[in-house]
Design a binder for this molecule. Structure first.
Ligand code: GAP
Length: 504
């Protein structure tokens, strides 16, 4: 029987979401290409992310920055010295493994925060051999994950592909602070590509070597940030959290924001956890029991973070809760590092005191989020394949069909399609039976289909079918555009728009 992951891979490849890059030549591990539907889904996720997170402050903006950075800047950020994974190589067949993965393959639990000495000790204790040839594993050692590039015709200027978009925001902080009239908090968001030479890219698009991040860096004065936010408005909100010692269990506990603050988390941090949770539960429609924040302890968290919770979604195709983002309190690590590295003063004057702003980072992997939407949405039960994407995120908003290829129906349907596609993603289809056309739209997540039939010619109404219920209502064709806008933005409910004519 095909696994969940096989089903999703088949859907992705067959219908045009994503697949391994360069598959003409057998693929290129860790690199993926997006087809027409995947590109549209990704763009809609990015749009939803942008409107949600830039909406958190009136001084939050998108910027777009270089993807190749000189060594000096990444030395100052700490990436040259600390951005490492642990590499283990088989002494016989030379296959390479990530230290934590090779241990996990035996313990069957996540092993974050191990040092090379820990990995060596576990390999000895658990008698772990090379999974491929059963050879002896060599000593574990740190491996820097950045891709070096030689810049200039002789390639002598050492540089790296950026390992995170975040650095672009730190490097441009001072310019934007001046351009935006010296106000804190200031948010700089970047959506763009990041590159990591992952030791073992695996689980499809989950661990890639080239991927897209959507990251918002919020620069703030730690003395005043809490008081600048409506923190009280979220204090009663239950957040789904697994603390560091609990996250090996596939569950989470509801803890109110107030309790998390009482347990020592900064109020501004918890306030933003609540915003992230709302994005997942309300906007992306992730079921509550499939969402959680998972705490990383001191050994596990990234070298630049003081407080670090991963954002995780329970995905059947990946076998459990998997990271799709993170809420990172980076303190003044980055600006202080770049101030020292560049010998530029990056402190700013706020009122009567000087401060090196601290940074709260809301960080997301776009590819992982797109995959999570496919995983959560794809339903093949009962012989009907439906991709239940959240409203407004489907690549196509509405399918437009003539019921028959005669009686003036194609002309009316084409005219309707031309009108709708002015400001919606509308798709025209007249091939095959109407049932097959609905099925094709269901499988790629199209939430609504409008059909021009005999009655349309008589009274100007069309049928509008809803993907999730497969119910149909009749609605005047000239009211369809506004009705679809209301449906897609959640301002109207399908069942209230008109009389149901068919309920499958
Ligand atoms: N700026 C902070 C930062 O880069 P991270 O946890 O290393 O933090 C942020 O990465 C997000 O980027 C992750 O939560 C994940 O969604 C995504 N990401 C990281 N590595 C990835 C990879 N190899 N493939 C796909 N997505 C990745």
């Amino acid at each position: 029987m095909a696994s969940r992951s096989d089903d999703l891979t088949s859907l992705s490849v067959r219908r045009g979401f994503l697949w391994p890059a360069v598959d003409l030549y057998g693929g290129f591990a860790g690199f993926y290409d997006y087809g027409h539907l995947g590109t549209a889904l990704k763009a809609k996720w990015e749009r939803a992310w942008t409107s949600t997170f830039l909406g958190l402050g009136d001084n939050y903006h998108r910027i777009d920055t270089a993807t190749i950075l000189p060594e000096a800047s990444l030395k100052a950020s700490g990436h040259v010295d600390h951005f490492t994974d642990i590499l283990v190589t088989c002494t016989r067949c030379k296959e390479t493994y990530r230290g934590d993965h090779i241990v996990e393959s035996v313990t069957h639990r996540e092993e974050e925060g191990l040092t090379p000495a820990d990995v060596d000790a576990k390999v000895r204790e658990l008698k772990i051999r090379c999974p491929k040839c059963k050879g002896e594993l060599g000593p574990a050692r740190p491996f820097n994950m950045m891709f070096p590039v030689g810049v200039g015709p002789l390639g002598v200027d050492r540089a790296y592909l950026r390992p995170e978009t975040a650095q672009g925001a730190f490097l441009n902080f001072k310019r934007e602070f001046e351009a935006l009239r010296r106000k804190l908090p200031m948010g700089l968001a970047i959506i763009g590509r990041a590159y990591r030479n992952e030791i073992s890219p695996r689980q499809g698009a989950y661990r890639m070597r080239e991927f897209v991040q959507a990251e918002l860096q919020i620069f703030f004065d730690p003395a005043t940030f809490d008081s600048q936010l409506p923190v009280a408005s979220v204090m009663g909100e239950p957040l789904r959290v697994a603390m560091a010692g609990e996250k090996h269990e596939p569950t989470a506990k509801d803890r109110t924001a107030r309790d998390l603050v009482a347990a020592g988390l900064p109020p501004f941090y918890v306030y933003h956890m609540a915003q992230v949770q709302r994005f997942y539960l309300d906007r992306l429609r992730v079921p509550r029991d499939r969402f959680r924040f998972a705490e990383l302890d001191e050994r596990e968290r990234a070298f630049y973070n003081k407080v670090h919770f991963d954002v995780q979604v329970l995905q059947d195709s990946l076998g459990g809760f998997r990271e799709v983002g993170g809420v990172h309190y980076r303190t003044d690590h980055d600006l202080a590092g770049h101030a020292a590295g560049s010998k530029n003063d990056l402190s700013v004057l706020v009122g009567d005191h000087k401060v090196v702003p601290h940074v709260l980072e809301l960080s997301f992997g776009v590819d992982r989020n797109v995959w999570a939407l496919l995983d959560l949405g794809y339903d093949v039960a009962g012989g009907r394949a439906v991709l239940r994407l959240p409203l407004g995120l489907s690549p196509i908003d509405v399918g437009v069909f003539p019921l028959l290829s005669k009686g003036g129906m194609p002309e009316r349907a084409e005219a309707l399609h031309a009108e709708l596609r002015r400001d919606l993603d509308a798709f025209y289809d007249d091939a095959g039976s109407i049932g097959k056309r609905y099925a094709r739209m269901d499988e790629i997540g199209t939430p609504f289909c409008a059909t021009v039939d005999h009655t349309t010619i008589e009274d100007g109404t069309v049928t509008l079918r809803e993907r999730d219920s497969s119910a149909q209502i009749r609605i005047p064709a000239d009211k369809l555009g506004p009705a679809l806008h209301d449906l897609l933005t959640g301002r109207a409910e399908f069942k209230h728009l008109g009389p149901t004519v068919v309920k499958n």
